[in-house]
Design a protein. Structure first.
Length: 218
């Protein structure tokens, strides 16, 4: 179960994240929540390696992951096996605040939407990393990816705090080392393998939310 994944403070390994994203899709292209959440847990490990400045980001992500894990392990767990079944179940049972925050402010659907938007940031950032050169700045790549995605959903104060955190990101070489893959060439190759997987999971989720008019859940 997702709840028994290795803890967030263990050493990060990109291969592991890649493996969990590979497990995310069923034959019929449904997204397994258990593996999606495990993928995020792996990524949070990375964030935790970067230091306490990123604590406020990792805290929010961990909190959201925990909400989903609680549903998954709860009495209605079988409805939360895939994103598709979760959406169906929560909508059919009026468990989602659709226009303004009310009694379902922690629905699975709205919680997952926050992670989904962050996955777009990840996709854009990793693509920049993959095509970067030795003198590229991780802080610039991260900031550009953020402005093109998540920033549009964040209030000024969060954007400001995120911008400050980006400034202390390690340089490209140190960043690649934390990824724990091998030489920069090997990192780039693995990013090339990971990106299509992440991108497919993102697209499927995006379509699902669009189909149900849920891309702006409060
Ligand atoms: C590597 C550098 C990491 C930079 C992370 C970039 C994302 C910046 C996000 C800033 C979020 C700030 C925290 C608060 C957010 C919430 O307000 C906001 C809205 O939630 P609400 O509607 O419940 O209020 N929450 C969110 O948008 C969810 C944010 C989740 C962020 C997860 C970021 C995980 C980063 C993992 C890094 C992995 C890098 C891997 C490289 C191989």
């Amino acid at each position: 179960m997702a709840g028994s994944e290795p803890s967030e403070n263990q050493k990060f390994c990109l291969q592991e994240v890649l493996d969990t994203f590979k497990l995310c899709l069923s034959d019929s292209k449904e997204v397994y929540l258990e593996h999606y959440v495990a993928g995020w847990r792996g990524l949070i490990k990375f964030l935790n390696c970067l230091g306490s400045v990123f604590g406020f980001i990792s805290k929010d992500a961990v909190n959201k992951i925990q909400i989903l894990v609680n549903y998954l392990n709860g009495e209605n767990g079988p409805h939360y096996v895939t994103m598709q079944s979760m959406v169906k179940y929560e909508l059919e049972n009026d468990l989602v605040d659709l226009t303004k925050r009310g009694s379902h402010s922690e629905s699975g659907c709205r919680t997952l939407l926050r992670l989904h938007r962050a996955l777009r940031w990840l996709e854009l950032f990793l693509e920049r990393l993959r095509t970067s050169t030795e003198d590229s700045k991780t802080s610039n790549m991260c900031c550009e990816a953020y402005n093109e995605s998540l920033a549009q959903h964040h209030p000024w104060v969060i954007r400001k705090a995120a911008g400050m955190a980006f400034c202390v990101l390690p340089g490209r070489a140190a960043f690649f080392e934390v990824m724990n893959v091998g030489t920069p060439e090997q990192v780039v190759a693995m990013l090339g393998e990971a990106l299509p997987l992440i991108s497919e999971v993102y697209q499927i989720t995006e379509e699902l939310y669009k189909e149900h008019n849920m891309l702006d859940l409060p």
